[in-house]
Design a protein around this ligand. Structure first.
Ligand SMILES: Nc1ncnc2c1ncn2[C@@H]1O[C@H](COP(=O)(O)OP(=O)(O)O)[C@@H](O)[C@H]1O
Ligand SMILES: CC(C)(COP(=O)(O)O)[C@@H](O)C(=O)NCCC(=O)O
Ligand SMILES: [K+]
Length: 256
């Protein structure tokens, strides 16, 4: 009953093959490829995998990319299934004005985060941070309701925007320091603290909304490890949050 989970972001496709579609299932194989390399998945990365019994994915990189991945999935006799954000799924309620307009990756990560939090103890609010191409900072209340969230540019986009909008900001990557005294450090620190500042702000909003209860803070995404060392608040880096969400959704659907 192996299960293939796929997360297609704007920079990379991440995939993991699980022994079964259940939270906590063993990982049989996994990988990540930049979107420019997705057309060789079937003949390279996936070629000698055990045949998956089912798949579920989330995609925010657009229709064309999704279709290219579906072509690769023709390697197996599988029905490609992609998460469409809805009003409720797997114990999470979607508070977006138009639930279907929420990024599928955010929806899946919220579901993964809720499962993670409940596995650790009594229900409490959670701030879910994803640091990928873009950065999202989402609030989930104690009852599993997604209240809303922030979207910021990721590190790369911030730097490219500054480079292209100015004459004097084309410099190598610097260090994150409290008082940047050169352009490289100023840009690198500015980007990092823009993200940590947004996280601190959302954490405060959610704590206030929750009668002062401290939210759990979960962070994921390809660049989460770059931000985590500068977060001066308790947090946990959960690399697999989206896959955990896909496992939650698939196991809930099978149980229905
Ligand atoms: N080894 C790595 N390969 C690719 N991206 C990396 C790597 N390490 C860090 N990154 C950062 O992670 C970001 C991509 O993260 P990812 O979660 O794959 O994004 P997305 O989900 O938007 O495709 C890149 O913008 C890059 O800054
Ligand atoms: C915010 C995002 C661009 C993040 O994408 P990513 O960084 O994971 O590639 C994506 O979740 C998205 O396209 N969302 C749709 C708009 C919304 O969530 O409001
Ligand atoms: K993502």
């Amino acid at each position: 009953m192996s299960f293939l989970a796929i997360d297609i972001g704007n920079t990379r496709l991440k995939w993991a093959l699980y022994a079964s579609p259940q939270p906590g299932a063993a990982v049989l194989a996994q990988g990540a490829v930049f979107l420019e390399n997705i057309d060789v998945l079937a003949e390279q990365d996936w070629r000698s995998l055990p045949v998956p019994s089912s798949m579920l994915g989330c995609v925010v990189a657009g229709e064309a990319v999704r279709r290219r991945v579906e072509e690769q999935l023709e390697l197996w006799d599988l029905t490609p299934r992609w998460v469409v954000p809805s009003a409720h799924e797997a114990g999470v309620t979607n508070g977006y004005d138009h639930p279907m307009r929420l990024g599928a990756d955010r929806w899946v990560a919220l579901i993964g985060a809720r499962g993670h939090m409940l596995a650790r103890g009594p229900a409490r609010p959670v701030v879910v941070v994803m640091v990928g191409t873009a950065v999202t900072v989402d609030a989930l209340d104690r009852d599993g309701r997604f209240l809303g969230g922030l979207i910021l540019p990721g590190h790369g986009i911030m730097l490219r925007a500054l480079e292209s909008g100015t004459a004097g900001l084309r410099v190598p990557t610097g260090e994150v320091v409290p008082f940047p005294a050169n352009t490289s450090d100023a840009l690198t620190s500015g980007g990092t603290y823009a993200i940590t500042g947004a996280i601190a702000r959302m954490r405060r909003h959610l704590a206030e909304h929750s009668d002062g209860e401290e939210p759990m803070l979960l962070m994921t995404g390809g660049a989460g490890w770059k931000v985590a060392p500068y977060l001066d608040m308790p947090h946990e880096l959960v690399e697999s949050l989206i896959f955990d969400g896909l496992l939650q959704i698939q196991s809930h659907r099978l149980a229905l």
